[in-house]
Ligand binder design. Structure first.
Ligand code: MN
Length: 504
């Protein structure tokens, strides 16, 4: 049997004695319930829940969530009932486990279309009750992906596609970078094996070219920051993950020369002010590439990501991306919503409340606005699972839109009234059309008319976000009623109509 004190020591958190007691109880309870069960790998089943709990514990060491993770397969796979768990561990832990069980149960039906959609809906309904359920489910999926080689190949592809389409994007949306990266790369290898290999080869070649350059640049950067007297904690190189490199290559028709951040140097500074000081020194000594400075500290990404990115030329005129952030920002980029939530629990409840409430509200509004399961899935696919772009208002507010979004989407995202009064737009200071497709970091100013404008079907075609589509559809339905409907409406209200329209 694995050792409980090893388990505790692998989690970077100091638990209170009563928390430790709960965890120990859950640990033994789960071990005994799964006794004799084996995984496809031949290992004891308990190893799975043990590892899943460690994965969770490293980013979210919440004792009740950890206990629930240890117990998450008990009601489904053993004789022990949820009622028994409720008696032993209380309502909260039991509710978390129940949420996880329900998700797994629907997936077991193995159906593609309707059940798949149904599954997604339940997934989100469960999530909107408690984000911790989804954290457990993600940790569970990471361990299943790490051990996927032991299941039959066809099943591997199915599980990996689901991971790539659903689980990795959820991790990304929750800002949990470390989980998103791992889920993507593990599934990429199985879903697109040829592309995986090709990308890996390309990356290897690129790295052999660049290896010396990177080391040199790191040295130079160290030296420069020290002589300028800038305090920083660490400089390290980070290599772009395979799946995200693959996606970027697709975008640039396979031209690796267009990708600036294959290798990036990361400077961890002590404070936000130091981040800007580091940026200043870097730009003083290395020529920056125009248009490549992104300040996600001043305007964080919607998932909370903060960092300054810049690309500079070295002495040989080669480009390097440099990312500057504090250690806290780094931590949050790896742990996302889990970090926010956890720090909040330690005494800042406001942030976590706002953060999770916002997420929940968004999910619920998707469900209300769409009627059929197919439509719901479609809206999720487009708005949630594809890449997002970030567009600015003239005042610097950031709008999170689906990739391919147009000026029309932007206007409705700012305010529906703005959409109904939109005549034209300035994009980055230049006149543009309302049908223009937007790009990351565009600054868009909508030109308003005094009266509502006439909206045509062309708008519907140009809109990409489901909220703007819904608004436009609603408008078109209201304004394209048959002439007969109109006359009927008029008759009810207005008795001074010409005789022709009146009823006999
Ligand atoms: Mn499991």
């Amino acid at each position: 049997m694995k050792n409980f004190s090893d388990f505790l020591h692998s989690i970077p958190h100091k638990f209170k004695p009563e928390e430790e007691k709960t965890l120990h109880k859950a640990y033994l309870f789960s071990y005994n319930a799964h006794k004799g069960q084996k995984r496809k790998s031949g290992e004891d089943y308990f190893v799975h829940v043990y590892e899943a709990s460690l994965i969770l514990g490293r980013i979210f060491p919440d004792p009740n969530t950890l206990a629930a993770t240890l117990l998450h397969d008990v009601p489904e796979d053993t004789k022990v009932t949820l009622e028994e768990i409720t008696r032993q561990f209380g309502e909260e832990i039991a509710r978390l486990i129940d949420g996880v069980t329900q998700l797994g149960h629907v997936r077991m039906k193995n159906s593609k279309d309707k059940y798949y959609v149904e599954n997604l809906r339940k997934l989100f309904i469960a999530t909107s009750h408690d984000i911790r359920v989804i954290l457990i489910k993600l940790a569970d999926r990471i361990h299943n992906m790490r051990t996927i080689e032991f299941i039959p190949p066809e099943k591997q592809v199915k599980v990996a596609s689901e991971t790539l389409e659903i689980y990795a994007p959820i991790a990304a949306r929750l800002g949990i970078g470390s989980w998103k990266d791992e889920l993507e790369d593990l599934s990429f290898k199985i879903v697109y094996p040829k592309q995986y290999e090709a990308t890996q080869k390309l990356l290897q070649e690129e790295l052999t070219h660049r290896d010396d350059g990177v080391k040199q640049m790191e040295k130079m950067l160290n030296h420069t920051l020290r002589t300028e007297g800038i305090k920083y904690l660490e400089i390290s190189g980070r290599i772009k993950r395979l799946y995200s490199l693959f996606r970027k290559l697709e975008k640039y028709n396979g031209d690796i020369k267009k990708i600036y951040d294959i290798v990036a140097l990361r400077v961890i500074a002590k404070s936000t002010a130091d981040c800007y000081a580091v940026l200043g020194v870097i730009h003083k000594h290395f020529q920056p590439v125009p248009g490549r400075i992104k300040d996600f500290i001043a305007t964080p990404k919607p998932n909370g990501y903060q960092s300054i990115h810049t690309t500079v030329f070295n002495k040989e005129s080669k480009t390097f991306e440099i990312q500057i952030r504090t250690d806290l920002m780094h931590e949050e980029a790896e742990r996302g919503v889990a970090a926010h939530w956890f720090y909040a629990e330690e005494g800042k409840p406001e942030t976590s409340g706002r953060l999770s409430a916002k997420w929940i509200k968004e999910l619920q509004s998707w469900q209300e606005e769409t009627s059929s399961p197919e439509e719901f899935l479609e809206s999720l696919k487009i708005d949630f699972f594809r890449d997002r772009i970030f567009v600015f208002t003239p005042k610097g507010d950031i709008k999170d839109l689906p990739a391919g979004a147009t000026v029309i989407d932007f206007a409705f995202a700012v305010h529906s009234d703005l959409g109904y009064h939109m005549m034209g737009a300035k994009i980055n200071g230049k006149m543009g059309s309302i049908y223009d497709e937007l790009e990351n970091e565009d600054v868009v100013e909508i030109i308003k008319s005094k009266k509502p404008v006439k909206i045509s079907h062309a708008w519907l075609k140009a809109a990409k976000a489901h909220t703007s589509k819904n608004r436009i559809r609603h408008y078109l339905a209201e304004n394209n009623k048959g002439i007969y409907d109109r006359i009927k409406e008029l008759k009810l209200k207005d008795f001074s109509l010409p005789r022709f329209f009146r009823k006999k």
